[in-house]
Design a protein. Structure first.
Lengths: 155, 265
């Protein structure tokens, strides 16, 4: 009888440990059951990706529809080549859609926002988004602003 | 005269080095003999269950209580700092990453060394001093297989599970303080956490860390008990050594593992 309670205790302990792992996987790290099967890839070339990181989210109208899976330099055009992984249910993006790098809040993380174009043809798996808008770089903005004020004073 | 004392000093230095190497060698052989090969006696599974109970289940209370409090403290501290920068939603991701990467495996291993490791050392040391181990050998039962191996396996299995439970209750404690008490919006608390925590990089690396710690802590505890001087003073020294060595090993290994996993080099 004493052996029985002991075994029940051990069984509950092991179950609690496994349950903890499942909780961490699903609730904390947001792991979905089939991450790669119902997604497709798109590419986008940006002049300046400034601070965009892998696993940043891709949104459309504020709704998250995918994430950034890779960032590398395109050797021929000297632009940043970003690989986007989008959900299959959003497979009707027009070919002239625009991808732009946006910032959440004033100093928040960078993410990609996609705004819809008007064409009938849609982007297929592996296609490239040509219409892109690079990240705002604060230093460039300040530089332009200074140049502008100097120009005005000279007049 | 001077030369002789110099030689004597060198001799002592060499002697202590040989002693350290001898202990290391003995402990490797000890580990090898306990884990490799089949046990001669049956009922290995029953022995393992009994040890899992005394090593794992009985450590559950201290792990859960300290996990809740550490999660709550992390949330409180993180909130008071992050709120200065207006980004108190990030408190969820801070609590989760701190617990999963560092505090979960490390604090659990330290508590485990104090709660279960010292008990293992004292138990085996007492068996040695009352000559139970030699009597087992006399009746043809290998004490390494019968006494030591189940305790080693119980430690390997239970410490990673305890670390996982620690992280879960810690995150729960953190969410309780941040969401219910300090008024962080629940949606952004969990969403920020899910965006920043990755299963392979954070959760699994934490599990790997705690597996390494489990191996080291249990090994030190069981070996110190088996290798102690069979007197009451020897047992008390061995228990102290277990806690000190295990804690130092955990903290040192944690730096190395963190450098390998998150150091990017």
């Amino acid at each position: 009888m004493q052996n029985r309670t002991l075994e029940i205790g051990v069984g509950l302990f092991l179950l609690a440990g496994i349950l903890a792992l499942i909780l961490l996987a699903l609730r904390v790290s947001g792991l979905s059951a089939s991450p790669s099967s119902d997604t497709y890839k798109l590419y986008a070339n940006f002049d300046n990706i400034a601070g965009l990181t892998v696993r940043a989210k891709v949104t459309m109208a504020g709704v998250t529809i995918g994430k950034v899976t890779a960032i590398d330099l395109d050797r021929d055009t000297f632009t940043g080549r970003v690989t986007l992984q989008l959900e299959k249910r959003v497979d009707n993006l027009p070919v002239d859609s625009t991808a732009s790098i946006l910032t959440a809040g004033l100093l928040g993380e960078k993410y990609i926002g996609i705004s819809v174009g008007g064409e009938d043809a849609v982007l297929k798996d592996g296609a490239t988004i040509h219409d892109t808008q690079s990240a705002l770089v604060l230093e460039d903005l300040i530089g332009k602003f200074l140049l502008n004020t100097v120009g005005k004073e000279a007049k | 005269m001077r030369k002789k004392s110099m030689l004597e000093r060198i001799r002592r230095f060499g002697r202590s080095a040989i002693d350290v190497l001898a202990v290391l060698g003995r402990s490797f052989l000890f580990l090898l003999h306990s884990l490799v090969g089949r046990s001669g006696t049956g009922g290995g599974f029953q022995l393992l269950v009994r040890q899992l109970y005394s090593v794992g289940v009985l450590s559950l209370a201290i792990i859960v209580v300290s996990g809740v409090f550490i999660g709550m403290v992390l949330a409180l501290q993180g909130f008071s700092i992050l709120t200065k920068y207006g980004s108190e939603q990030a408190v969820g991701q801070m609590v989760a990453l701190t617990l999963l990467r560092e505090l979960g495996p490390v604090v659990t291993a330290l508590l485990f060394a104090g709660r279960a490791g010292s008990a293992l050392t004292a138990e085996i040391g007492n068996m040695k001093s009352t000559e139970q181990l030699s009597s087992l050998e006399m009746i043809g039962v290998d004490p390494l297989k019968y006494i030591v191996a189940p305790r080693l396996w119980a430690g390997f299995i239970s410490l990673p599970l305890l670390a996982l439970i620690f992280s879960v209750v810690g995150i729960w404690g953190g969410s309780w303080v941040a969401v219910d008490w300090l008024g962080v919006y629940e949606g952004s608390f969990w969403a920020n956490m899910q965006n920043s925590v990755s299963f392979t990089d954070d959760v699994l690396n934490g599990v790997i860390k705690s597996l390494v710690f489990a191996f080291v802590v249990t090994w030190i505890a069981v070996f110190q008990g088996y290798d102690c001087e069979p007197t009451s003073e020897g047992i008390s020294r061995a228990t102290t050594k277990t806690v000190v060595y295990a804690s130092l090993a955990v903290l040192g290994l944690d730096f190395i593992l963190t450098a390998l996993m998150f150091g990017d080099f």
